[in-house]
Design a binder for this molecule. Sequence first.
Ligand code: ADP
Ligand code: ASP
Ligand code: MG
Length: 439
Amino acid sequence: MKVMKFGGTSVGKPERMHQVSQLITKDGEPTIVVLSALSGTTNALVEISKCLANGDREGAKQKINKLEEHYRSFVLDLVKQNATRVKANDLVSEHFEFLNIILRISFSEALNKDILAQGELMSTKLFSVYLEEQDIDHMLLPALEFMTIDANEEPQLGSIKIKLSQLLQQNSQKKLFVTQGYICRNSKGEVDNLKRGGSDYTASLIAAAIKATVCEIWTDIDGMHNNDPRIVEKTIAIKQLSFDEAAELAYFGAKILHPTCIWPAQQENVPVKLLNTMQPEAAGTVITKEAGSVGVKAVAAKDGIIAIKIKSSRMLLAYGFLRKVFEVFEKYHTSIDMITTSEVAVSVTIDTDVSLKQIVKELEPFGSVDVDKDQTIVSIVGNEIAQTDDVLQKLFESIKEIPVTMVSYGGSPHNISLLVPSSYKTKTLQLLNKGLFGL
Ligand code: ADP
Ligand code: ASP
Ligand code: MG
């Protein structure tokens, strides 16, 4: 059995959904299809939620109406028969009635999650109606019946395995299943989600749970590129990556993959393929245990980074200092991405300001604390790059003009990370494209 996940743009137009139906029935292998919401929907739902949180019911109402119009015209082109059009319109009505009811309810975080779930619920149901019209035998698998996260918002792979295999056993005569990406239930049993871009995570979790032959991530580009194609002009697709390399790229900003979506597939050694719905014959990127070749594969950038520097002469020859510093971050559940130390100072980076004030307050007794916001981590990822000839030389030669504020090298054989002010991100990525890839 394999997993095929289609992102927002892959289902964002009726003709794309038609094309997806052909891709999933091509080779006859039993398949679980994971769908995102139609492109733009989750963003619109976030906006609706924001209006409600701010008490702007009129604004929310207008946005709900606009989104409903979009779905009505989508249905017109998606299905052609009268009966299936009625069915599709009925289900759209059901979800927009829900959105209109919440206009009258007082806003809460749980309600916010319910609102955000509407996109994937609608896309999968609409797709199922289309498959029905095409006489393609399949079954809708409700993600809310098997996809769960614990109190720390970590997916519970063990229980996902059990629940999903029960559902599949109960329907063993079916060969094609369609389910929602992104949405799940939390430890309180409420509707929740796996964070933005989370449908990739759903696909990888399902692939691990059923030990799939392959986890295919179908999107709008022909695989992982060597640099961010939204920022740099000439980029090329990478044929092969190891799980570790792909995980580092995803975590450090390559938007094509959800930041933590690699580990489940890696745990069960399920190959992940990144493929292009608009160009299905392109080779794409294959992600497996093996790295393929040695050397630099790609660079990626992660914005919204905050650097914190703690300076203290008491650190000199003292032991236990770093532990005390780390304990502060642990207390506030804030993970550290980069770290560098000298005899009298330690610098770390974090990617959230949620507890910044408290963290700084608790660090101040240790020494002077400087905070630099608006920083970007630029990561150079590859296989055994530390041992690859000339990498460091080429790297620093090419970015001479960039005011690099931190460097992390040697922590992993797959990664060299630089911290630069965010205003220098574009320039850094462009210079590295030339310096490291000759593009
Ligand atoms: P989907 O909706 O299918 O999940 P996403 O928008 O989340 O698609 O991811 C695909 C996009 O990721 C591409 O269109 C591309 O602009 C962006 N992207 C950023 N970095 C990379 C990269 N290194 N390689 C490929 N795509 C990237
Ligand atoms: N629809 C969700 C989002 O836009 C999840 C996903 O597409 O992966 O973030
Ligand atoms: Mg995505």
